[in-house]
Design a protein. Sequence first.
Length: 351
Amino acid sequence: MTQAQETGMYTQSMDLPDDAAEPRSAGLKAVPQALHPSEAELQAQFDTRIDADGKIEPRDWMPEAYRKTLVRQISQHAHSEIVGMLPEGNWISRAPSLKRKAILIAKVQDEGGHGLYLYSAAETLGTSRDQMLDALHTGRAKYSSIFNYPTLTWADVGVIGWLVDGAAIMNQIPLCRCSYGPYARAMIRVCKEESFHQRQGYEALLVMMQGTAEQKAMVQDAVNRWWWKCLAMFGPPDADSPHSAQGKRFGIKRIGNDELRQKFIDATVPQAQVLGVTLPDPELKWNEERQHHDHGEIDWDEFWATVNGNGPCNKERLATRVKAWNDGQWVRDAALAHARKQQHRALKEAA
Ligand SMILES: [Fe+2]
Ligand SMILES: [Fe+2]
């Protein structure tokens, strides 16, 4: 099986196979799970509920493959949210005005919040946050490869909001109807906030495009650097994804990679026209017969090289995450010490 085929079984760039199937975090405690009886009956009930478009909840029985697929996808999604804070966080101290700084702080903070809802949703499947973070920090877990590219100018911040958050929304809206209740509910709030992210980015670019020739060139340059990477965010073509049927079967993946990518392109072309930028694809044109835009070939070799750790910022992003985790150890220690003290006091008072 080629790597593209293997990876294609997952729904999007936020659900790529991790480097090890099993976490080797032996010392870390998993969330305890309830025992379950007769599997054939339970499997039948599960299938009936999925077929009826019902929701699966944390206490319900579920097949191991469903649980594993969800843990991988939701934890990769959570990792993507918190690693996604880094490229833009880089610009908070350099935002061009107080207004832009306030908006950017709010946006980056939202992404941290998205990470928290998603880690919580994944924990309901029996994997602890410590296990998930350990997988991220030791390089076994994947996150969206889009965050392994650098943010060279202020225009990158606008383009990330417009295109990266825009592509994320396209991927995530169908997840609001996914079969796993906690994930679906988390995605409703996440999508509302993502739509604010997209609009703030687009608005920042509209303002720059009314500015000097240098500002306009800066926007065009950022669009040139991000456009193809954003198209790759939807994952490899469905033809290379023979296993995506399983995601559909489980009610996790509702729409194929190519269809989502096409929807994104069709929605973005008129926005680029209003903005006054050129999308860097000479083959991009309206196809009257298909009623969609045709587009050029995506460089999948470059995509896989970045997924596999050789993108321009992979090492820097991971090192920053690990440092943040280590620097925060005293906060976690203090919170635990405080909780113990409170508990001790409560017990003493009760005695
Ligand atoms: Fe987000
Ligand atoms: Fe966002």
